[in-house]
Design a protein around this ligand. Structure first.
Ligand SMILES: [Zn+2]
Length: 284
């Protein structure tokens, strides 16, 4: 959905509310959540009322919007701005919202991405695996040179999707455990010559190694798919100077999501993540 389609889609508060109900982001109440009777109706602009127990509740009850003080129209626009990679500061300015309100919504979106991660054994076929280091000032290689950097392990299915995880270290056991968790046995895995990938074969994977120096010389033996993701991720993360280490996994998963949804309508996919999302799920 582009901006001009979005403007029509959103319309006014009423239309935006209907759109959110239609998507399931707002709950459509057909009976009273307190007594269970179905004699309910709308009262005033933002409430439902039960004519049996006389209780009232807000239209935002039970949805991600319950704790967000933000009109429906601006909520939808803020998600569009997130899709467009607009900073919190700029979005707040464009929407006339408080910085903290937009910050909170952005955090919710990243959190929703993390908790809906469904990568369990879903990778198969031709797979590339590689590790990379993020953050820190110095260029460094594996081991001592990488001090202060965060190691990230990546798995990419050729012609498909990628999954990345912050890992405590790049030892064989650590990487193999993730490989087993995410990749179907029997898949063909390409890696470089790093020793931590020894052992893939004994867990039922096919394994081929490449030499970085001559990776284009051997036909299909390359790992430039995952390396493409690393440059995509690093370029984007440059924008977020000083992402706190505790928040880094959230940003990383956001990039994974963006990469995996690159040919889709990201706006629609982000909204879909918020169906059934309740603020209780988000601890921060
Ligand atoms: Zn009732």
């Amino acid at each position: 959905m582009n901006l001009s389609e979005l403007a029509k889609y959103i319309g006014d508060e009423e239309k935006a509310e209907e759109a959110l109900l239609e998507l399931g982001v707002l709950k459509r109440y057909t009976k009273c959540p307190i007594c269970g009777e179905n004699r309910i109706g709308r009262v005033r602009r933002t409430k439902y009322k039960c004519y049996c127990c006389n209780k009232e509740w807000g239209v935002r009850r039970g949805s991600v919007l319950a704790g967000l003080k933000i009109p429906f129209t601006k909520f939808l626009m803020a998600i569009k701005l997130f899709e467009l990679d607009t900073s919190v500061r700029e979005s707040a300015k464009q929407l006339g919202l408080a910085y903290n309100t937009v910050y909170r919504l952005y955090h919710i979106l990243r959190h929703a991405i993390v908790i809906t991660d469904t990568n369990y054994q879903s990778f198969s076929g031709e797979i590339e695996m590689d590790e990379s280091y993020f953050g820190g000032r110095r260029k460094g290689s594996r081991g001592r040179g990488a001090a202060g950097k965060v190691p990230v392990f990546g798995i990419l299915e050729r012609g498909g999707k990628v999954t990345v995880e912050v890992v405590p270290d790049v030892k064989g056991d650590t990487l193999l455990e993730l490989a087993i968790k995410k990749v179907k046995r029997g898949s063909l895995i390409y890696t470089d010559r790093f020793r931590s990938y020894n052992g893939l074969v004994s867990y039922g994977f096919k394994h081929r190694r490449i030499d970085h120096g001559k990776r284009f010389a051997n036909g299909k033996v390359y790992i430039n798919g995952i390396e493409g993701f690393w440059s995509f991720a690093k370029e984007r993360l440059m924008k977020y100077h000083g992402v706190k280490p505790t928040k880094f996994p959230l940003y990383l998963k956001e990039l994974e999501f963006r990469y995996n949804h690159r040919d889709r309508d990201l706006f629609a996919d982000l909204l879909q993540l918020l169906v059934g999302y309740s603020l209780v799920a988000c601890t921060e």
